[in-house]
Ligand binder design. Structure first.
Ligand code: KIV
Ligand code: ZN
Length: 388
């Protein structure tokens, strides 16, 4: 049987930490319901101890969704764990996600604690969280800059104390696919009882490698990926859910696992996040950007009109779009132009078509995009065409 890769969505927690991406409680519930439809395994609904508003949202989400696990984030502190448990205990499947930093730089300057103190606190707090909830995720914050021997030790201690999921975050987006593969492999080979827990990864995108690093981790044996819709999140964001899921789907030959995502809900979910946060995705963003399924050059358009697979490695329908887009611009060729005219209901003689195509190319040299209205104007030759 193929192994299952769990998709842990943190749009409502890490994603909301993205400047300009905060959401109100009603919006968060709407997003949570859409994430449930999308088929994510876990929704990280927020960080209940961070504010009263977050507590209320996490509680409301826990009580609004049914078929999905709801996680709440807590520092490895009794107070945070108590508050988180209060917020999530109404969920059908609750999870406490507790974390502490494990890199030398974080322990020394942020926590001002020795490694021994951090180890003790992590283990005690996982045990404490376990006394409230069966499902406990432990994160070693800044794991990719943590000394491997310390990482193995603290992860082993967390599993002994009852953690069901071990998360290895690349908190500052510092690692690379080759290195991260080795880190995950190292955890698998050096931690006693590692098979009793899921290995999760949580990659930030500071070097633009979050999706690639997550996939390398899957190859090394990770069974949970933490990600966000549109890749929103702290600083340069998190691994984008749509990218890791579609990469695993398109390259099943390399990533033979399965996941529960209904990919046809991807585009709708992306649009919902854009609508709610007001933060647009860049046009060339993989999978969900406006140009992700658009073809402009004549060579590409010709190829796609003959056989979509010439330039499309996945179908627009697979992410919930109705079709691809042929953009008429200065690189477009006759094939796309004729096909567009046919779609608009024009049946022109060969001669007329040639004539209009020449005029279209002249116009396309002056304008970024040529609209259907511009083409209509070319055809009836009467309307004025305004340059952009
Ligand atoms: O980036 C990070 O390390 C986090 C942890 C809290 C998992 O967001
Ligand atoms: Zn993070």
């Amino acid at each position: 049987m193929e192994k299952m890769i769990k998709i842990f969505d943190t749009t409502l927690r890490d994603g909301e930490q993205s400047p300009g991406c905060s959401m109100n409680i009603g919006e968060k519930i709407e997003v949570a319901r859409q994430l449930e439809k999308l088929g994510v395994d876990i929704i990280e609904a927020g960080f209940p101890a961070s504010s009263r508003g977050d507590f209320n949202s996490v509680k409301a989400i826990a009580e609004s969704v049914v078929n999905v696990r709801v996680a709440g984030l807590a520092r490895a502190l009794k107070g945070d764990i108590d508050t988180t448990w209060e917020a999530i205990k109404g969920a059908r499947y609750p999870r406490i996600h507790t974390f502490i930093a494990t890199s030398d730089i974080h322990m020394k300057y942020k926590l001002k604690k020795t490694p021994e103190e951090v180890y003790k606190q992590a283990v005690e707090m996982v045990r404490y969280a376990k006394s409230k909830c069966d499902d406990i995720e432990f994160s070693a914050e800044d794991a990719t800059r943590t000394r491997p021997e310390f990482l193995y030790r603290i992860v082993e201690g967390a599993i002994e104390a009852g953690a069901t999921v071990i998360n290895i975050p690349d908190t500052v987006g510092y690692t690379t696919p080759d290195e991260f593969y080795k880190i995950i492999k190292g955890v698998r080979e050096n931690v006693k009882n590692i098979d009793m827990a899921d290995i999760s990864v949580h990659c930030h995108n500071d070097l633009g490698l979050a999706a690639a690093n997550s996939l390398a981790a899957v190859k090394a044996g990770a069974t949970q990926i933490e990600c966000t819709i549109n890749g929103i999140g702290e600083r340069a964001g998190n691994a984008a859910l749509e990218e890791v899921v579609m990469a695993m789907g398109v390259r099943k030959d390399i990533y033979p696992g399965q996941n529960r995502i209904n990919t046809e809900e991807i585009y709708r979910t992306s649009q919902l996040i854009t609508k709610i946060t007001g933060v647009e995705v860049q046009p060339n963003k993989a999978i969900v950007g406006e140009n992700a399924f658009a073809h402009e050059s004549g060579i590409h358009q010709h190829g796609v009109l003959e056989n979509k697979e010439t330039y499309e490695i996945m179908t627009p329908e697979s992410i919930g779009l109705s079709k691809n887009k042929m953009v008429l611009g200065k690189h477009s060729g006759k094939h796309a132009f004729e096909s567009h005219l046919k779609e608009c209901g024009y049946e022109l003689s060969r001669e007329k078509m040639e004539e209009i195509f020449i005029r279209f190319k002249e116009l396309a040299d002056k304008k970024k995009d040529v609209s259907t209205e511009d083409i209509e104007a070319l055809i009836d030759g009467t309307k004025e065409i305004k340059d952009k």
